[in-house]
Write a protein that binds this ligand. Structure first.
Ligand SMILES: Nc1ncnc2c1ncn2[C@@H]1O[C@H](COP(=O)(O)OP(=O)(O)OP(=O)(O)O)[C@@H](O)[C@H]1O
Ligand SMILES: [Mg+2]
Length: 239
């Protein structure tokens, strides 16, 4: 699997992802969090990449059941990370055309399943508001220890806001050299407005900026509930 090859080959990337994975697993088990949404303010800030690596790293533990769900109907990318075509897209289950179980695909890693949308064509505004989506989340909660959801960016479209009510926590992504503080603040405000539980901020691309949190480019920081806030919160680094 491409993503496992990369984790094997890039020791620094693997180190950062495993630190993030360990922290997320501990927090989710301690606080009873099952469904986590990964989102960001704008496009191209590392959401899909992070979901793919985190899910793979979480699933290297054989006693866990991990699910990664691609709910980005506009630019689905998770399948490319796992080298999987989309034989039975989630859109079909949301339209009631296929049983949900048929849309849950195994990745080849025993502990990791995937749910993938079609490459194009479905209207996310309709599908993300179906009762089938609510039922699917009930099933995911019942059958998996941890569910990571990849969604579009918060500011340009409303898709992520439609998914937030199903989540126990939100991980915000930012890309060093790209994400601006005002946009991150807007993303935070959208989450707060939806009563979402912001778990922390993941910053990628630090290698390019020379900020030095490991050559892998990942850094994981908490700022209690208020990333992009006023700087008064707790902050930690694992890098
Ligand atoms: N930690 C990182 N460091 C450097 N580059 C990264 C990192 N994470 C992702 N990228 C690169 O950034 C680009 C966008 O990544 P990705 O597709 O994961 O973002 P996204 O937020 O899911 O985008 P979209 O909003 O279009 O869904 C890709 O070229 C990816 O390789
Ligand atoms: Mg994406």
């Amino acid at each position: 699997m491409r993503i496992l090859d990369r984790l094997n080959d890039d020791w620094l990337l693997a180190t950062e992802i495993h630190k993030l994975e360990a922290r997320l697993w501990r927090r989710s088990q301690r606080d009873g969090l099952r469904v986590l949404v990964v989102t960001s303010a704008e496009r191209g800030e590392g959401k899909s990449t992070t979901v793919a690596y985190l899910a793979a790293a979480l699933a290297l533990h054989p006693d866990r059941r991990i699910l990664a769900v691609d709910l980005d109907f506009r630019a689905p990318r998770l399948n490319t990370h796992f080298g999987i075509k989309v034989p039975r897209p989630f859109g079909a289950a949301l339209r009631g055309e296929l049983p949900l179980a048929e849309c849950i695909l195994n990745t080849g890693l025993a502990s990791l399943d995937l749910v993938l949308p079609p490459a194009e064509g479905d209207d996310p505004a309709l599908l993300l508001r179906t009762p089938e989506l609510a039922r699917a989340f009930e099933t995911f909660r019942r059958d998996y220890h941890l569910v990571l959801i990849d969604v579009p960016a918060l500011v340009p479209v409303a898709d992520a806001s439609a998914v937030l009510p199903f989540a126990d926590g939100v991980i915000l992504m930012a890309m060093a050299g790209k994400t601006t503080r005002p946009m991150l603040t807007r993303a935070r405000d959208i989450c707060v407005g939806m009563d979402a539980n912001i778990l922390g901020l993941v910053v990628g691309n630090l290698r390019e900026t020379g900020l030095g949190y490991g050559d892998s480019g990942y850094y994981y920081g908490y700022r209690k509930g208020t990333p992009a806030g006023d700087g008064q919160g707790e902050s930690n680094s694992s890098g």
